[in-house]
Design a protein. Structure first.
Lengths: 346, 467
């Protein structure tokens, strides 16, 4: 628990600090038309897709900036208010922030056959589109956890935590929801989805689960055996790392499915190029490349064949504004930290 | 062709005129209905989505709790799912505490200022949301708690896309069947008007192809009433024209026929007189010449009188005439004095007027001829009278003789019925005038023997006396 508390305190300290700009930048192609893409997706993961796009569009030179989700959101919001030149395209996994930006009239509309073919859960106002399919999974270490011991649903996970707390003591990881926009989104979606959320948090607190910030760090911990189980991590990172020791579970009670949001900011200088990139991302070829990168998961191909009714797509809709509401956010964070603290007392 | 007067240009056809009017009416009606259905649609959409706004605002207001002396909003997802009924509309919400400070909101840096408080618990207002027109509702919840009291405002707003789409759908739903009905009505109107005007077209063709000398009546059967009236007037006109032409032809042939014999006789008598220098033969020839000349004068008078009567019956407007005055006039004129200076005449008229609608001149010509016939062929004394009999007006002349033989009576009134037995003064024209007058004014001529003698009567329909 000490680690979690320390991290929480750190997160609280980190919030008022000025947000850092992009974490990394890469340039693709050397055409005369410059296009700026800002994204929360790691450059290394998406590189093949952008490479292919530039090969198809030699006139473009794409500057791909990798950002943290909160920093990207604030930058985009400031750009929208006229504080700076906006990017030509924004791609973020923190879709509640993207919905907020679209709701604040910060996006340009675009329609094509490809965008109109998207289901309504992956399209809002023709200004925000979900381009990937990524389930939130339970990752586990295959070496340390026998196949029959792997919890295949949240209820099984709860039972396991209750029955064998000593096995999981300090060896469960999940996102720190104060730190990670994505973690908060998943926790928020969980809190809407089922009553297991509170029990699960208590269970986590009882075994001193580790709340930490980043997907990469969590997956690496599972692979090394530091963690037995990681809850609600993006499957894409696991697939992409191709780690033999890490197994994936799509929880059978329900599995959250995230679709990264793509948006063309208002005032984008090369909105046409952004629209072309969007259409490309929705082609079968790009979807195959994204699947290879782990950003598109064919749910049927994984360990558990998941019932269609258990798939919970996080829809791109104004209801996601609730996830960004300051009161609601404070209440959820309060609940999160309260639960962990209460569990500490006995 | 350049100097062709513009009047000759064919006017717009009746079909295109009526169709144009119908089209204009339909268009005006369509515009009115479109405006009204747009208005209704807008009201319906506004009501529907205003309810959603209020529902969402109530949900949010319900979720306000007081925590440690401050209001806290546990924003309900259901409110936003409700707002997502308008799936493509942007949303605004804000919860404002009693001191005007924001409790929570979609964007703390962007506050939509509601109009001044007041009015009902639910207040709607229109404002822009990031440059797009939007509709807002403001709802107030009042808290009275130990550690917090005062009104908390909930403002929820939404852009208008769904409303506009609903309005558009409602208007289209209302208008499309109407446009279809309008097209069908235009087609029907075209067909109906064309079929209604088809007789007119046939009439026009008939008139255009008609020989200008053809004065026979045009067929009026199977024509609409209005056209029958028009065509009837035209037919009557043509009939009159035809009658005039006939009368003229008759006059010429009658005159030629009637004059040939007397003129030949005069020539013979004149030659005889010229050949005989003196003596009895010459005196007799001169006497005969005189008689012939006189009878020729009478004949000419009668011919002219008959032509005049036929002409007048067709062309002079009919006026109310009292037959008693006609009888009096006949008596007072002294024509017959020349014929029979010492004739014994009686006038038999009553107190009541005997009114007919006719031409006074024609009637007196007819009466005069009846009188002359009676004087010439009957026995004196001769009576002239006018009275009403069984609702008919009668102008009659009666002599005291037995009347003509039945054989003669049968042929009376025909022109040129002078047979060998009749005297040369009698031409038969007199009775023919009477018959013409009778038929022109819808009456008849009756020749009947009476106990006192023989009566010739002109019987006309009586005109009800007008005060």
């Amino acid at each position: 628990m000490t680690m979690l508390r320390r991290l929480l305190a750190l997160a609280a300290l980190a919030l008022p600090l000025p947000l850092v700009a992009q974490e990394a930048t890469a340039t693709f192609g050397n055409g005369p038309v410059p296009v700026v893409v800002r994204s929360t997706t790691d450059i290394g993961i998406i590189r093949p897709v952008i490479d292919r796009f530039v090969a198809l569009n030699p006139g473009l030179s794409i500057t791909y900036e990798q950002w943290g989700s909160n920093a990207l959101f604030e930058r985009s919001r400031d750009d929208c208010r006229g504080d700076g030149p906006p990017a030509d395209a924004v791609l973020s996994s923190a879709v509640q922030q993207m919905v907020w930006l679209v709701n604040a009239a910060c996006a340009l509309p675009y329609r094509s056959a490809a965008t109109l073919a998207l289901p309504s859960t992956r399209r809002w106002r023709d200004e925000l589109w979900g381009v990937t399919t990524e389930p939130a999974v339970i990752a586990y270490n295959r070496r340390l956890l026998a196949a029959q011991d792997v919890p295949r649903s949240r209820f099984a996970l709860l039972d396991a935590l209750r029955e064998r707390p000593e096995v999981f003591q300090d060896r469960i990881a999940t996102y720190d929801i104060a730190e990670s926009g994505l973690g908060f989104l998943f926790a928020y979606a969980d809190s809407l989805e089922a009553t297991t959320f509170g029990a699960l948090l208590e269970g986590f607190a009882r075994v001193d689960a580790v709340a930490t910030c980043c997907s990469a760090e969590i997956i690496a911990g599972v692979a090394s055996g530091r963690y037995l189980i990681a809850y609600n991590v993006l499957g894409s990172y696991v697939v992409n790392k191709a780690l033999p020791d890490v197994g994936l579970i799509l929880p059978e009670d329900y599995t959250l499915v995230l679709s990264r949001g793509y948006m063309i900011p208002k005032g984008a200088a090369r909105a046409d190029a952004s629209a072309r990139l969007l259409d490309f991302l929705l082609t079968a070829e790009a979807q195959a490349l994204l699947a290879r990168a782990g950003l598109v998961t064919q749910i049927d191909a994984t360990d558990t064949a998941l019932a269609v009714s258990a798939r919970r797509y996080i829809p791109l809709s104004p209801a996601l504004l609730v996830a960004r509401d300051p009161n609601r956010r404070d209440l959820l964070l309060q609940f999160w930290s309260d639960t962990f603290r209460r569990a500490e007392l006995p | 062709m350049t100097d062709r007067p513009p009047l000759d240009l064919p006017g717009r056809s009746l079909v295109s005129r009526v169709l144009g009017t119908v089209l204009a009416l339909l268009l005006v009606g369509g515009v009115l209905v479109a405006a009204s259905s747009w208005w209704n649609g807008r009201q319906a959409a506004r009501q529907a989505y205003d309810r959603i706004l209020v529902g969402a605002a109530s949900d949010i207001a319900e979720s306000i709790r007081v925590l440690d002396g401050a209001p806290v909003v546990d924003l309900p997802v259901s409110a936003f799912q409700l707002l997502a009924q308008a799936p493509d509309d942007r949303i605004y919400y804000a919860v404002i505490g009693p001191d005007g400070a924001l409790v929570t909101g979609v964007d703390p840096d962007h506050i939509v200022t509601p109009p001044a408080r007041g009015g009902g618990a639910v207040r709607y207002f229109d404002d822009a949301l990031d440059g797009e027109p939007a509709r807002f509702v403001q709802l107030t919840r009042r808290f009275v708690e130990r550690d917090f009291s005062g009104p908390v405002d909930v403002i929820v707003g939404q852009t208008l896309r769904a409303r506009q789409a609903m309005t558009r759908d409602l208007v289209l739903d209302a208008l499309l069947p109407m446009v279809a009905a309008g097209v069908v009505m235009m087609i029907l109107a075209f067909l109906v008007i064309r079929s209604a005007l088809r007789p007119l077209g046939a009439l026009v063709d008939d008139l255009a192809g008609r020989d200008p000398y053809d004065l026979t009546p045009m067929p009026t059967d199977r024509l609409p009433g209005e056209l029958q009236v028009m065509l009837g007037a035209m037919n009557r006109f043509m009939q009159r024209l035809d009658g005039q032409v006939d009368a003229m032809r008759n006059l010429i042939s009658d005159t030629a026929h009637q004059l040939r014999t007397p003129v030949a006789a005069i020539r013979v008598h004149t030659e005889t007189a010229a050949a005989e220098p003196e003596g009895e033969t010459r005196a007799r020839a001169m006497d005969r010449l005189l008689a012939r000349t006189r009878s020729l004068g009478t004949l000419l008078d009668q011919l002219l009188s008959r032509a005049l009567v036929i002409h007048r019956t067709d062309s002079v407007p009919r006026t109310p005439v009292d037959l008693r005055e006609i009888a009096l006039e006949i008596m007072e004129r002294d024509d017959h004095i020349a014929l029979m200076p010492d004739a014994e005449l009686r006038l038999e008229i009553g107190e009541t007027p005997v009114m007919v609608r006719a031409d006074a001149f024609s009637l007196s010509e007819a009466g005069r001829n009846l009188l002359n016939n009676a004087l010439a062929h009957g026995q004196q004394p001769v009576s002239v009278g006018a009275d009403l009999q069984e609702g008919e007006a009668v102008l009659w002349v009666q002599d005291s003789g037995p009347g003509p033989e039945a054989r003669v009576l049968d042929r009376m009134g025909e022109r040129f019925n002078r047979d060998s037995g009749t005297r040369e003064q009698s031409t038969g024209i007199g009775l023919s005038i009477v018959h013409s007058v009778a038929s022109a004014f819808g009456g008849r001529v009756e020749m009947t023997p009476t106990p006192d003698g023989f009566r010739a009567a002109l019987i006309l329909p009586a005109e009800p006396e007008t005060p």
